[in-house]
Design a binder for this molecule. Structure first.
Ligand SMILES: *[C@@H]1O[C@H](CO)[C@@H](O)[C@H](O)[C@H]1NC(C)=O
Ligand SMILES: *[C@@H]1O[C@H](CO)[C@@H](O)[C@H](O)[C@H]1NC(C)=O
Ligand SMILES: *[C@@H]1O[C@H](CO)[C@@H](O)[C@H](O)[C@H]1NC(C)=O
Length: 435
């Protein structure tokens, strides 16, 4: 998935060097400042010295906060929730449809009366399933009593698994609703936040909440005008600490085998992000706009497009800086952990509304809770779980879900995006005299 360097080829190598996730992704732990002391410590703390760790403590979650503050309107990308569930809007979701997704799933998640149960089918790459399930447990702690009863299938590999083509034609069956980390225009996977929001232990990437804090510090440290990659180049990229990740004027985003989890780390840096137009999307990326949040790069003309973007950015540093800022703002404000949980909650609520059967604890499903899960881990796995653990239920209600896109509005959004890209291409042709 994280195949950055190889994609662009040699001509752009000097540039990629400054952006490969290797330097960001393999950073040692950044200094962690968990300064947020919670006023409402309502979730029961896990206790790894309890006598029987395989048993979920009966009172592992206290009742929800009663004095709830307003949540405001959700960010615009929440609208894609409706789009992702569209295939089942009319029919609803039957038990047969869910069961038919079993062959395309690593696990089944069952939620009944606020408790989570998991039935595992396959082992995915690394420990993605583990951190995904951990994330769902934290959602239950964050919004106790709000997550509806449901059963769902979850797929953990890179590429989407439910292909539109397989469910078209006169004898087509309904597609199984399967949750996954990314989508594609030819797929019907229901997009859900990936495991990295709770940490990616194999590559030493901390939970997203901690990274956001660190990135804000990093962005403050070095002014855009003072950013200079030459020094980094001379020093052979030895300084791959967090701060250095935000010292570049430009960063490049390239997807891998499917979507890449690196988009959020790259966009959050105040650098103008040059995005090689991706094919796959995760849950929040679909609402970003070229020239507002990033500079679009065609995959067919990478080097020329990148050179033009950089030349332009150096001549128009204020505009380039503004694009970098907008990109960061999008990530830092609209992708806070609160919204990640809100997205999960709304998606699960909308999904559960479509279910035409009563969810039950299936035979192979085992109850899971934060304590049994975190206490059985060690090393970074345990550290990241403790670090990303929700210690108190939300003090604000979930944001309110925006209405679905009107078909025309969606069309207009997509066309507008294409038009902006065409303008940039035209601009490049005029400025470089090349076709
Ligand atoms: C954790 O569990 C142990 C064993 O049951 C108990 O002695 C201890 O008091 C518990 N600690 C907390 C903080 O609840
Ligand atoms: C659809 O099903 C009918 C009846 O079983 C069959 O005759 C026909 O060949 C099928 N069509 C396709 C495209 O599979
Ligand atoms: C919850 O508490 C643990 C231990 O005190 C801390 O490490 C962790 O970062 C806290 N969780 C969050 C989301 O702040």
């Amino acid at each position: 998935m994280e195949n950055f360097g190889a994609v662009l080829g040699f001509c752009c190598l000097w540039f990629i060097q400054s952006v490969i996730p290797g330097s960001l992704l393999h950073q040692a732990l950044f200094s962690s400042k968990n300064s947020h002391k919670s006023l409402h410590n309502r979730a029961v703390q896990i206790n790894c010295s309890a006598s029987d760790l395989s048993v979920c403590p009966a009172d592992y979650m206290l009742p929800p906060e009663t004095r709830e503050l307003r949540g405001g309107e959700c960010p615009d990308y929440f609208r894609w929730i409706h789009k992702d569930l569209q295939p089942w809007k009319k029919s609803g979701i039957t038990r047969e449809m869910v069961e038919s997704g079993k062959d395309h799933a690593h696990f089944r998640l069952v939620i009944v009366e606020g408790k989570a149960y998991v039935e595992k089918y396959k082992k995915p790459y690394q420990t993605r399933d583990l951190f995904t399930i951990w994330g769902i447990l934290q959602l239950l702690r964050f919004y106790p009593g709000k997550v509806p009863d449901l059963e769902l299938m979850f797929w953990c590999e890179d590429r989407p698994v439910i292909h539109k083509n397989d469910y078209q034609g006169p004898n087509a069956t309904f597609p199984p609703p399967v949750f996954h980390y990314c989508g594609h225009q030819e797929s019907l996977d229901i997009v859900f936040p990936d495991w990295t929001f709770w940490g990616w232990a194999e590559t030493n990437i901390k939970p997203w909440g901690s990274i956001l804090e660190d990135l804000k510090e990093g962005n403050k440290r070095i002014q855009w005008q003072d950013r200079d990659w030459n020094r980094e180049m001379e020093e052979g990229y030895k300084n791959s600490k967090l701060g250095d990740q935000c010292t570049h004027r430009y960063k490049i985003f390239v997807e891998g085998a499917a979507w890449s989890v690196s988009d959020k780390y790259i966009l959050a840096c105040d650098s103008m992000t040059l995005v090689l137009e991706p094919e796959y999307y995760d849950f929040f990326i679909r609402s970003i706009m070229p020239m507002k949040h990033y500079w679009p790069i065609r995959t067919t003309r990478k080097c020329r497009d990148i050179k033009f973007a950089v030349d332009w950015g150096n001549k128009h540093s204020h505009q380039a800086q503004a694009i970098g800022k907008e990109g960061s703002k999008y990530i830092q404000e609209q992708l806070k952990m609160k919204y990640v949980y809100d997205y999960m909650l709304h998606l699960l609520i909308e999904y559960a509304k479509l279910l035409k059967f009563k969810p039950r604890i299936t035979e192979g499903a085992k109850q899971i809770c934060s304590q049994t899960m975190a206490c059985s881990q060690d090393g970074l796995w345990k550290q990241f779980m403790v670090e990303s653990m929700v210690n108190s239920s939300s003090e604000t209600v979930p944001c309110s879900l925006p209405s679905p896109f009107e078909p025309l509005a969606l069309q207009a959004f997509i066309e507008n995006k294409e038009m902006v890209k065409k303008q940039v291409e035209m601009w490049e042709r005029v400025n470089t005299g090349k076709i």
